[in-house]
Design a protein around this ligand. Structure first.
Ligand SMILES: NC(=O)C1=CN([C@@H]2O[C@H](COP(=O)(O)OP(=O)(O)OC[C@H]3O[C@@H](n4cnc5c(N)ncnc54)[C@H](OP(=O)(O)O)[C@@H]3O)[C@@H](O)[C@H]2O)C=CC1
Ligand SMILES: Nc1nc(=O)c2c([nH]1)NC[C@@H]1CN(c3ccc(C(=O)N[C@@H](CCC(=O)O)C(=O)O)cc3)C=[N+]21
Length: 308
């Protein structure tokens, strides 16, 4: 069933400090830049990037996300190869698929869509993805290198990278700011906190056991929310003038009773009244995340072709 969007607003309605539809242009611009480089790569050396995506099981949201990713790759000229495994597949089957992509010189990026079904050991699978093809940036060595000052990971995870990309593009300085990130997941919360520290923010990480999260959040200049619970952050959590990035992408039943719609983690209607800028869901940081995946895959191919 098609996913309907709750809000029509794109970048323009979100970033209340500017009314110039910048988010959408920013995302489109990154895609255009990637597409242009790939065109030149094809005509120059006759080669192009290829991304392998691995999907296990039947989760509705995972199918939606994979569909969005494959479509975006197609738009910019990244070839894709998709492998879909049943919900009850063996760990060894999945490991074989990943190993096959590791060994294939024509594959430059590998993405194993998360979460995996319970019986599969996520850590074990992520560990097997070749470091040089880990366009998600989830491999422990890539995360470790992100955590240590002065080191350079091969890849930075896409959603955190997108979040950091957005801030300076909208004139938001990170250095010296107080940032709160709500959530500490390995795919968003943790790497975002590391990246914000790299950019010299003073970072607090909140999680399910944090007491008085609204109090800590209300002191932050930059608030990043990645919990996975619709509308968990209310307007009164936000300091006047703060910048809010809502990472939540929650598929919820459409109030009309027909189909599903997407909801963020922040109560947009309340927060938009106090924030100086806020990303909506849909149309906020999600599309930027996808652009970062394209950019990571291009970088990987360039490295493989000796172009960097
Ligand atoms: N826009 C984008 O590009 C992306 C969006 N997402 C979206 O982000 C959301 C979260 O995904 P993901 O990171 O995978 O989720 P996880 O379930 O892995 O992590 C959720 C985090 O939220 C914390 N948490 C749970 N309940 C509370 C609470 N009541 N108060 C404070 N913290 C809480 C958890 O704390 P604890 O660690 O203590 O359990 C955990 O750290 C989803 O909606 C997902 O779709 C995800 C990736 C990219
Ligand atoms: N290996 C792996 N890598 C990921 O990067 C990864 C993952 N697993 N698992 C799930 C999360 C989630 N995620 C999103 C990507 C795009 C949108 C996105 O484009 N959202 C649209 C709407 C999507 C819709 O309509 O449902 C928007 O916000 O406008 C959202 C969320 C990547 N993730």
């Amino acid at each position: 069933m098609a996913t309907k969007h709750v809000r029509q607003s794109k970048w323009d309605a979100s970033w209340v400090t500017d009314g110039a539809n910048q988010q959408w242009k920013g995302t489109a611009l990154i895609k255009l830049e990637v597409a242009d480089e790939i065109r030149r790569m094809k005509s120059g050396i006759g080669k192009f990037p290829r991304l392998a995506v691995v999907l296990v099981g039947d989760r509705r949201d995972s199918h939606t996300f994979i569909h969005i990713k494959l479509k975006a790759c197609d738009q910019v000229g990244i070839e894709t190869v998709a492998s879909q495994l049943p919900e009850n597949c063996d760990e060894s089957e999945l490991l074989d698929v990943v190993s096959g992509f590791n060994e294939d010189p024509d594959v430059h990026g590998i993405l194993v869509q998360l979460p995996l079904p319970q019986h599969l050991d996520e850590e074990k699978i992520i560990n097997v993805v070749s470091l040089e093809k880990d366009v998600d940036g989830f491999h422990p060595l890539n995360i470790g290198n992100l955590a240590i000052r002065g080191r350079k990971p091969f890849f930075v995870p896409c959603a955190p990278k997108g979040c950091i990309e957005l801030l300076p593009r909208h004139g938001v300085e990170i250095k010296g700011k107080r940032a709160v990130i709500i959530g500490r997941s390995k795919i968003v919360g943790l790497p975002t906190s590391l990246l914000l520290q790299r950019h010299h923010a003073t970072v607090s990480v909140l999680h399910a056991y944090t007491k008085n999260p609204e109090h800590i959040t209300s002191e932050a200049d930059i608030v990043v929310v990645d919990v996975g619970v619709p509308n968990i952050v209310c307007g009164n959590w936000i300091k006047k003038g703060a910048v809010v990035i809502d990472m939540g992408t929650n598929q919820v039943k459409d109030p009309s009773g027909h189909g599903f719609c997407v909801s963020g983690d922040v109560c947009f209607e309340e927060a938009v009244k106090v924030a100086s800028a806020i990303t909506p869901v849909p149309g906020g940081v999600g599309p930027v995340t996808i652009s970062m995946l394209l950019s990571n895959t291009l970088d990987s191919a360039k490295r493989a072709f000796g172009m960097v």
